[in-house]
Design a protein around this ligand. Sequence first.
Ligand code: SF4
Length: 614
Amino acid sequence: MFKHYTMNQVILPLDLEMKLKENDIAFAVNDLVESIPSEAFEKFLRQTGRPAYHPRMMLKIILCGYTQSVFSGRKIEALLEDSVRMMWLAQGEVPSYRTINRFRSNPLIENLLRECFVQFRNQLVEKELIEEEAIFIDGTKIEANANKFTFVWRKSVERYSDQLIEKSDQLYDELLKKEIIPAIERENEEELFVEELEEVVEKLDEKVEAYDEQIEACEAGSERKKIRSERKLPKQARKQFMDFITRKQKYQKDMEIFGDRNSYSKTDLDATFMRMKDDYMKNGQLKAGYNVQLATEGQYALAYDVFPNPTDTRTLKPFLDTIEEKYFRLPELIVADAGYGSEQNYEDIIEGRNRTPLITYNQYRKEKKKKHKENAFHVDNWEYNEKEDSFQCPNGRKVWFSHHSNRTDRYGFTRQFKVYECEDCSGCPLRDLCTKAKDGNNRKVYINEKWESQKEYVRKKLSDEKTGEIYGKRKIDVEPVFGFLKANLGFTRFSVRGKEKVKNELGFAFMAVNLRKYIAKQPIPPIDNKNDSNKNGSDYQKPIIGTIVFVIGWLCPSLSSLLFRCCHFLWNDIFIKLFFCQQSKFNCCFFQCRILFKRRLCNLSCIFITNIRI
Ligand code: SF4
């Protein structure tokens, strides 16, 4: 026996929502987007031109596409014609891939996505799925939409630029020496700027034109030949100076694009070359990418940002600023790995934001090891005399305070050190083991008191049972989100170019991860084959019920209306849909009623003939 199957039956349009499972991801997408206030969509409103697709609908279909690991505009368009959930979300509309791509790269989307994240977090808090106690921060690198051979290196540009300055100066001096051009007014004796190079070209132009006129006026062949050979040098110099101008302008533009970076990609100017973890060739090749920073709790992505610098240390401060400014108030505890542990970051969190950093530092694990604790030459293990402000070295000599020293890094952050120097290292039998200082010099020790006190503070917090346990959650909170993003969702490379567009795409991807996670955590509805009308067992009942109600509806519309009213009184959770459809000879009014009663779905359908067409 086969299940009921016929191709010749007339099918009336059905509400696609009925086809979806109760815990389908489309409902989560719909609920999330519907929770965004209407004001957030007002900026998309245009008074002129053809009415646009509703931004709510566009946002829903792109988000739903991303949850299905579909990131391409064309494939999302194809899904709109294939997937029931996409058809339902779009309510039958099929925007083209161009519209989809234009919408997702619209600068206004950033705010919309931010609103999505804020609303989603509110929902999580409401349902007590996250505790607002700590935030877990980590970063990952994601490949840009650019070829790995499109690099431009700062060092190369600087080197070529220096060579150009040298060459242009030399040639200019030569032209002056040979009195081909008069001296020009220079801003700087070391370098010829673009305007000055242009002035030189003008002068050379005049010189070449003068030679041209002389050649035309001269009739003797030998004389013309002589002038032509004299014209050769200014003509060649003019060509070279024109090349200098083009190259100098290009180098200036390159330096503007670099900003603080050391490289950029010619395809995606905002992408920086960095070392990726997935180095399949094992040759340490750098790839164009972005450093993605993420804040999570309960394995949900709550805030994100994109940075060009490959190391995490300098991204923490601006990222926390972004969270506070755009997403939510920072919780009490900020948890991150040792990559973020720096004096500047500790200072910012403790003093600037009045929060607690649960962030280790580079030497944290090493310091706990026996080897470190037993290393007699490490200053941590030396005896300190507070009264004298001195240490005692393994050779029993005094290491006195010498002077204060400041170090400013290339980003402008200054650290203060106390410098201690051993009274006399000469003739010490332990010298080779203790110091690499040149002969005649004593060992010097640099102590950063602020850094030491910050480290002590962090050690204390991490050894505390409660905060230590929260720090222990770091690996199982933020790391899996990157795993879901890359391995489950398959999002390993951006499909758009430029930082702003990349940010938008990342927002869609992280929200897709969130929604999938959210749906996976929802309780699965019980399976009841006997009574669930959506199941196969009811396939035979549907046409029978449909036919009966059809006949009732045809013969007595008021009876059907009464039936619906009764249902409405009996059960609150009732959905009634109304469709109009045109068959060949009839205009029909088609009612669909979906009743949720004690988690069992009952479907009722009814048709009224509104008029017969002649
Ligand atoms: S090298 Fe100097 S600091 Fe080191 S153990 Fe010898 S005397 Fe002490």
